[in-house]
Design a protein around this ligand. Structure first.
Ligand code: 4FV
Length: 241
């Protein structure tokens, strides 16, 4: 998986090169190429933004500088260009999994009031938002997208845990426990040390349904639930009364 990142602050991406993503890049499983949009400013003061036509507060990133930075990317014909913006569809695990099937993503990071619409119309394939709030720039959203998508690249997660986690089945995950068996006089649920994997999976499914019912009930509408799940949900609702 190749990521080309167009940003005015490529240095912000250093932290993402730590831990799992950094190791994945060292192992050649992913490649993160950072392009500083300011390098394409022809202006002696390296100007990349200007005042908005029609007036108003703030500055807008100039189209030609962004376009030249984009045109500097080699072999971009099969790439999908994503602009991180509050105007985009909100990122979900389903969208992350879909994007993980692409071989080349170009991530465009805005700043200030945004980017001139003409270059967006020219180069952007998809607009994605990480949530309904306003940040100072698209860099953090781009890092979130790189991190979440890279987890689906085979070999990035050593244990394949991306298969069984929150949202992988449309539900929140079940509670996790590890040693010590007793903590603050609280024991790990008996079932988990029973070795009865059928019963353990049933317990985990029930706790996933319970967590989702209590914390994100709207997810239950979209989740694929079996008749057993629906029966279990009734039990949970009665238990919560
Ligand atoms: C954002 C978001 C976001 C808007 C103005 C950058 C900022 C500035 N991007 N999801 N929420 N972007 O707030 O993706 O240009």
């Amino acid at each position: 998986m190749k990521f080309d990142v167009l940003s005015l602050f490529p240095e912000m991406f250093e932290p993402i090169k730590a831990s799992i993503i950094g190791r994945a890049e060292k192992n050649g499983l992913i490649n993160i190429n950072l392009i500083n949009i300011r390098d394409f400013s022809l202006d002696k003061h390296k100007k990349v933004d200007d005042t908005p036509y029609g007036g108003g507060a703030g500055m807008v990133m100039m189209p030609n500088v962004v376009n030249d930075a984009y045109n500097s990317i080699q072999d971009r014909e099969n790439a999908k260009v994503i602009y991180l913006t509050p105007q985009g569809k909100t990122l979900t695990q389903a969208k992350v999994e879909e994007l993980s099937k692409e071989e080349h993503l170009i991530l465009l990071c805005g700043h200030y009031e945004g980017i001139d619409q003409r270059v967006i119309d020219e180069i952007v394939d998809e607009e994605i938002s990480i949530g309904d709030y306003v940040l100072t720039g698209g860099e953090l959203p781009a890092m979130i997208l790189i991190d979440s998508v890279s987890r689906f690249v085979s070999g990035v997660l050593s244990n394949g845990s991306e298969e069984e986690e929150s949202f992988s089945n449309g539900l929140l995950e079940y509670p996790q426990y590890t040693r010590p068996e007793t903590f603050l006089e609280k024991n790990v649920p008996e079932i988990l040390i029973s070795g009865n994997h059928k019963k353990i999976n049933e317990w985990r499914r029930k706790e996933s349904l319970r967590n989702t019912y209590l914390k994100r009930p709207e997810l239950l509408e979209k989740a694929k639930l079996s008749d057993d799940d629906l029966k279990t949900l009734e039990e949970i609702k009665n238990e919560c009364k």
